[in-house]
Design a binder for this molecule. Structure first.
Ligand SMILES: [Zn+2]
Length: 157
């Protein structure tokens, strides 16, 4: 894991706002107003190693939700330590009320090798707050409609 950015530095999610006024405010408890905002804050939580936030913003009905909280936290923490978070790009968002999609590209390296990936993530509310449901391509959500969306651009690395 690289050096932690200062709360006054520009937010690593790519918005031209200070980290403390952008994703860090969400990680510290402010509810995300949109799925995109939640997506950005989850990326930054990974970058900062704030594993608890990843658990708390994963929808209990999603395929990545685990009941073994301790083991899940350890896995996320290992991933955070092994990964350098180079950048996030939001490629597309949908504003459907039912399971909206955020299509993003995360540029990552692990051991100096490119570990970047794109995902069309589904989001769903739980107790009134946006949560990450899971990747749209794994047959969850409402009927695979996201599968025909734009292809990912080639890696910037
Ligand atoms: Zn941010």
């Amino acid at each position: 894991m690289g050096k932690k950015p200062s709360p006054n530095a520009p937010c690593p999610c790519g918005q031209k706002v200070k980290l403390k006024r952008c994703c860090l405010a969400l990680i510290n408890g402010r509810p995300a107003k949109t799925p995109e905002a939640l997506m950005r804050s989850r990326y930054v939580a990974y970058l900062l190693g704030r594993a608890t936030y990843i658990l708390e913003t994963t929808h209990p009905e999603g395929p990545q939700f685990r009941t073994d909280r301790r083991r899940w936290l350890a896995q996320i923490t290992d991933f955070c330590r092994a990964t350098t978070f180079v950048g996030l790009e939001i490629l597309a968002t949908s504003d459907e009320e039912t399971d909206p999609v955020v299509h993003f590209r995360a540029t990552l390296t692990q051991d100096g090798r490119d570990a970047s990936f794109c995902e069309r993530s589904l989001f769903r509310r739980h107790n009134g707050q946006w949560k990450y449901l899971g990747p749209a391509d794994q047959g969850i959500g409402s009927g695979g409609r996201a599968a025909t969306r734009s292809r990912c651009p080639p890696s910037a690395l």
